[in-house]
Write a protein that binds this ligand. Structure first.
Ligand code: NAG
Length: 224
């Protein structure tokens, strides 16, 4: 979880030797997903899309930037909401459901460096929906994914103008298709919990040698 949902970090200074998290500068880096370039990429065929915008949200909190943004966006554009406050979604059916949509709101519950979760990797990318992201800044996303693979809410001065752009893409196939160009080169990996994490730790332990380390600034590092 992000620092916003990791209480008590200040009491943990000097207790741990290593960090393992979604942050790229962790001792053991375990992102929620990543793109990789297979040696022989498969040509990508976008699935047929009959719907416009989907959003799956289980933890509804009016204080969250994502809920505030959604409330403004939905004034200008129909959004299908699934989860606690929306339509029911069967366990394990997110990818199938979202794949009928052109866009997915990959809105993180809090905004932090490198905090890019399965909302992007699984709910949007694995479902072949174009992600509209709200999280860290665009430049941070671009450290992980191509600039033309997503739409950032910060790209627009207002939710209304984002809505206008999404409606434009809905009617302009070539422009919409450009958001899939990267898929001819990359494939999406969604990290599975916790087996991949254990493997990464194991690998790190085996290659660490005899260097000593203590994490003295856990909270200030994680919150930066
Ligand atoms: C782990 O941290 C403790 C506490 O600072 C330190 O005494 C120990 O040498 C560290 N071990 C390794 C392997 O870094």
């Amino acid at each position: 979880e992000s620092p916003s949902h990791s209480p008590g970090l200040r009491g943990l200074a000097g207790l741990f030797n290593w960090t393992m998290s979604y942050r790229r500068d962790s001792d053991v880096f375990v992102p929620y997903g990543y793109l990789y370039a297979p040696p022989t990429p498969r040509p990508f065929v976008p699935p047929r899309k009959s719907r416009l915008v989907a959003w799956v949200i289980s933890n509804w909190n009016e204080e969250h930037a994502r809920v505030r943004y959604y409330r403004q966006l939905k004034e200008h554009l129909p959004i299908d909401v699934y989860g606690a406050r929306g339509m029911a979604l069967l366990e394990g059916s997110v990818v199938k459901t979202v794949s009928a949509y052109k866009f997915y709101l990959a809105f993180e519950n809090s905004q932090h460096t490198d905090y890019i979760t399965e909302k992007l990797w699984r709910n949007a990318f694995a479902a072949s929906a174009v992600p509209v992201v709200l999280g860290p800044r665009r430049a941070n996303y671009e450290r992980f994914i191509p600039a033309d693979s997503f739409i950032h809410v910060d790209d627009f001065p207002s939710p209304r103008l984002l809505a206008t752009y999404l409606k434009f893409l809905d009617k302009n196939k070539p422009s919409y298709r450009r958001y899939f160009a990267w898929r001819n080169k990359y494939e999406v990996h969604v990290t599975s919990f916790w087996d991949e994490h254990y493997c990464k730790v194991c690998e790190a332990v085996r290659t660490a040698g005899d260097q000593l380390k203590t994490v003295r600034n856990l909270a200030s590092w994680f919150e930066s």
